[in-house]
Design a protein around this ligand. Structure first.
Ligand SMILES: Nc1ncnc2c1ncn2[C@@H]1O[C@H](COP(=O)(O)OP(=O)(O)OP(=O)(O)O)[C@@H](O)[C@H]1O
Length: 759
């Protein structure tokens, strides 16, 4: 929905002190109330400033502020946008370098437009727009979901603020003149800053840049200090319409960023060469941390470039794993789910489903991650259906297959306690796989004694006295002096739930309960066992209980820095719209005074009567000396009362290693799952509590601070998966280690020994 608001915001055309204050005072009304006319944001700011038009070297149209919707439309028409692939709205010359509040003004106006630009300003889109009426033009421009774009624009605003601050700092280091003073080469500092900001506002380019931090962030599990403030309210949230599914994720672009900065080794490049250039059916493997996922992401990019998006299917054996690579489960791809029936009946079933048939037919390359968890019989059925649907008797109907995973890690889930076969034992595997590659170089750990110990555990052999002593020496408690804590890993879900509950109990802040919205078939809903299986397939919890101050892990890719696995603390809970207003007025929404006040504001969400405002809030307000701050607090208390409790979402401060922390409001995300007869969807906040995790859920993760309890280990590969999440010995604690519990399947061992012999 587009907000219509007639309120005008002030102009800031003159860089005088007076204007500075005028604008500053009104920032909130701007962030709150952007002006729209016919649904189009009116970009004001200066009556006098010229509207510049022309092509920059990047083939952009550049508009300066002061552009009315009519004028913008006129300019766009005149400028033959077929020559341009994007529009840059430049509002930068109204900013003074020292005032980041003014930057808010600029970013608010410009980001809105840049945001909508992505969908609007592609040349071909423009042709459609040209024919539209003005109202059509307007609705196209703001076609994105309001809350979605708000979330996005604050994320970008934050990024821009950070960039600006560092650029300002470096400018000031070399030049202590006032921002309006001319530099020796004649340009003012403002011009320089303007340039810098203008670059940072181009979201398209920002996204495509390699971000070395993204990968680090994805693997970081370090924690932040806690904010345990007393609170009284208990909230219960199911999602309101406006908040559903509004978290935007950019899986693929994030993954592009993640892998770009890494230089692949020769053995990793060999996988790419054999798969992409030689078109072979491959299985590549290697111990934990050898970069299988890194190679996979590169492969996906290269294959898509070669064959096109639609011809490359990306799958994994489990919902969790497929979520990590932006793919779907192999069960969903197959069109026959978990496939318990005979191959023939599965084929008949699929043949009647045009969507599934189409998917099979258009696929040229199939990439499968965590292949160790696919059962042998299942792969044979998959191959049978592929050959029949595609009417091609070559393995997998002629689709090029690339499998990856590590059979020393978790095995296929056993059916009713029956032993399952590995997929490398299947006929289809033997017929299809032309080349197996073993990656040897371990990247995750640097310490040789740790790598050696992990290797021994991997092969399940009698571990050496040295390794045993080493593990025993890890039975200790590490105190981290930054207040950040280790993640605990347990073999069973029950242990995880109880460890998380214990920690939550010790927090005194407000608790919110988020119930997932599931759309599932009645068949599944009614069967307790099926329901349980379904719950274990989603990383997102059916009922998520969060408290102010609790530690959480993000389970989707959110931005280039905040990715699946990022860790943070819940600061408070707020409705998205209230959060967007607050962020514009509080200079720092993360300092302890702001956190305290915002938590009080959030206590007032859903109150229907001012008389119900808790006394401690009234007392606090009465003692406030700064009148501006008092007015602001009062305004937000009243605004909060207009919202409903069910609209409250967690605001999380994430720890981004070697970088500034990132604070984001986390809205529900839509998770889909297959293999349960019909498509199943769960809408839930994409966070989990992360004091403790199950070893199953930890597979694929890197966890720098780790505490493992191995007492209830029951599965082959479990000890190895748990220990191999660690990065270094000095941040690893191991409890209840028993060498006799290290289990490794003989068939796996043989398979790998044969591979080594062939090398
Ligand atoms: N060529 C490389 N150069 C530098 N670092 C790399 C390289 N390849 C992988 N890494 C790093 O090694 C770590 C482990 O990589 P990755 O998660 O891809 O391993 P994996 O084999 O998939 O592990 P697991 O089996 O545990 O899932 C990551 O931090 C990754 O960035």
């Amino acid at each position: 929905m587009i907000r219509q608001n007639q309120k005008k915001y002030p102009k800031s055309n003159q860089r005088s002190i007076g204007d500075f204050f005028t604008v500053k005072r009104n920032v909130s009304s701007i962030t709150n109330d952007i002006n729209y006319k016919n649904g189009m944001p009116i970009i004001t700011g200066s009556k006098n400033s010229p509207i510049k038009q022309g092509k920059s070297p990047e083939k952009m149209i550049e508009l300066t502020h002061g552009v009315s919707p009519e004028k913008m439309k006129e300019i766009l028409k005149e400028s033959q946008p077929a020559d341009h692939n994007k529009i840059k709205i430049n509002l930068m010359d109204q900013i003074t370098a020292e005032d980041d509040e003014l930057e808010v003004l600029t970013a608010v106006s410009s980001t809105k437009v840049v945001e909508s630009r992505e969908s609007m300003m592609l040349a071909e889109d423009f042709k459609k727009l040209e024919k539209s009426s003005e109202s059509n033009l307007s609705s196209n421009i703001l076609s994105t979901d309001q809350s979605n774009s708000e979330i996005q624009y604050y994320r970008d605003l934050k990024r821009k603020r950070q960039k600006l601050t560092s650029s300002q700092m470096s400018l000031h280091k070399t030049n202590t003149m006032s921002p309006l003073t001319k530099t020796p080469n004649g340009s003012s500092l403002n011009d320089l800053i303007k340039l810098n900001r203008t670059n940072s506002i181009d979201l398209t380019r920002t996204n495509s840049k390699a971000s070395p931090m993204a990968k680090v962030a994805s693997q970081s599990m370090s924690f932040m200090s806690q904010f345990n403030r007393p609170g009284k309210l208990e909230g219960r949230s199911s999602f309101s319409k406006s908040s559903r599914g509004s978290t935007s994720t950019k899986k693929n672009s994030v993954d592009d960023d993640v892998t770009k900065h890494l230089e692949l080794t020769d053995e990793q490049n060999e996988v790419i060469e054999l798969a992409v250039n030689q078109g072979l059916n491959l299985f590549y493997t290697g111990s934990a941390g050898t970069g299988k996922s890194v190679v996979l992401k590169t492969l996906i990019q290269r294959m898509k470039r070669k064959y096109g998006e639609d011809a490359v299917a990306i799958c994994a054996s489990t919902g969790l794993a497929s979520c990590n690579i932006g793919g779907i489960t192999i069960h969903k791809f197959s069109g026959f789910g978990i496939g318990e029936k005979s191959p023939d009946s599965l084929f008949t079933f699929v043949a009647k489903r045009p969507q599934a048939v189409k998917r099979w037919k258009k696929t040229r390359v199939l990439i499968v991650d965590e292949v160790s968890m696919i059962e042998g019989q299942y792969l044979d059925k998959f191959d049978y259906v592929a050959r029949n649907v595609r009417k091609n008797n070559r393995p997998f109907g002629g689709i090029q297959v690339i499998f990856t995973g590590d059979f020393f890690q978790l095995p296929p889930v056993s059916k009713n306690g029956k032993q399952t076969s590995y997929c490398f034992e299947s006929q289809s595997w033997k017929r299809a796989i032309q080349k197996t590659i073993l990656l040897n170089k371990v990247f995750r750990q640097k310490d040789n004694s740790l790598i050696e110990m992990l290797n021994e555990i991997r092969y399940g052999e009698r571990i050496s006295a040295a390794s045993r002593n080493l593990i025993n020496s890890l039975d200790r408690t590490i105190e981290y002096d930054d207040g950040l804590e280790a993640t605990e890993l347990y073999p069973t879900r029950m242990e995880v739930t109880s460890a998380n509950a214990k920690r939550m109990h010790s927090l005194s802040g407000k608790e919110m309960v988020f119930n997932a919205l599931d759309s599932i078939s009645a068949e599944v809903k009614d069967k307790a066992a099926e329901r349980k299986k379904l719950d274990s397939s989603f990383l997102a919890e059916p009922v998520l209980k969060l408290k102010e101050g609790c530690q959480v892990m993000l389970i989707v890719n959110f931005s280039d820095k905040l990715v699946n696995g990022s860790i943070g603390n819940v600061l408070y809970f707020l409705p998205t719209n209230l959060y967007t207003s607050i962020i514009g007025e509080y200079r720092n929404i993360e300092d302890h005074v702001a956190i305290k006040e915002i938590r009080m504001i959030s206590e007032c969400v859903g109150l229907t009567d001012v008389n119900n405002i808790p006394p401690h809030i009234i007392e606090y307000q009465a003692k406030m000396l700064n009148l501006d701050a008092k007015g602001r607090f009062d305004k937000f208390i009243k605004t909060a009362m207009r919202f409903k409790k069910r609209d409250m979402m967690p605001v999380v401060r994430f720890k981004v290693p070697n970088h500034r922390d990132e604070t984001e409001i986390i809205n529900p995300h839509s998770f889909t799952l297959d293999g349960y007869r019909n498509k199943t969807e769960r809408q839930q906040i994409p966070l989990i509590l992360c004091y403790a995790l199950s070893i199953h859920k930890s597979q694929g993760q890197t966890i720098p601070r780790l505490r493992i309890d191995l007492k209830k280990v029951f599965e082959v590969g479990q000890v190895y998966v748990a220990l191999s999440r660690a990065v270094s010995l000095d941040a690893l604690e191991v409890r209840n280690f028993d060498p006799s519990k290290i289990k490794c399947d003989e068939k796996v061992k043989k398979f790998y020994l044969a591979m080594k012999t062939l090398e």
